[in-house]
Design a protein around this ligand. Sequence first.
Ligand code: AMP
Ligand code: ZN
Length: 114
Amino acid sequence: MESCIFCKIINGDIPSEKVYEDDKVYAFKDLNPEAPIHILIIPKTHITNTNEINEENASVISSLFISVAKIAKMLNVDESGYRVVNNCGKQGGQTVEHLHFHMLGGRDLTWPPG
Ligand code: AMP
Ligand code: ZN
């Protein structure tokens, strides 16, 4: 999708700090980190948000979560713990309309988030 900033990050038109990549997934550092570790994990195909998850893209979605486990080990937070967050739509606080999971770690995270 041409106007989508995360699609532009995937094809290299906007720079990013890559953390992980495979055939279906791209992961990079959030520009405004809320924790020492704040990674965004996104599908390489444009999916707007969790409302668009279905049987057809199920393999992409499972790859996103498999990459969470890989990145956790890579960044050494698999033992200390971390949080995976998705914001969907206006009231959910979604500002970029390309499905993404925030992975936060490296400090104690409060709950509920507010
Ligand atoms: P959300 O509010 O869930 O839609 O999250 C969007 C996230 O994308 C925010 O945490 C932003 O800091 C982050 N973000 C926006 N533009 C960029 C960018 N060019 N590179 C890295 N992160 C970005
Ligand atoms: Zn996109």
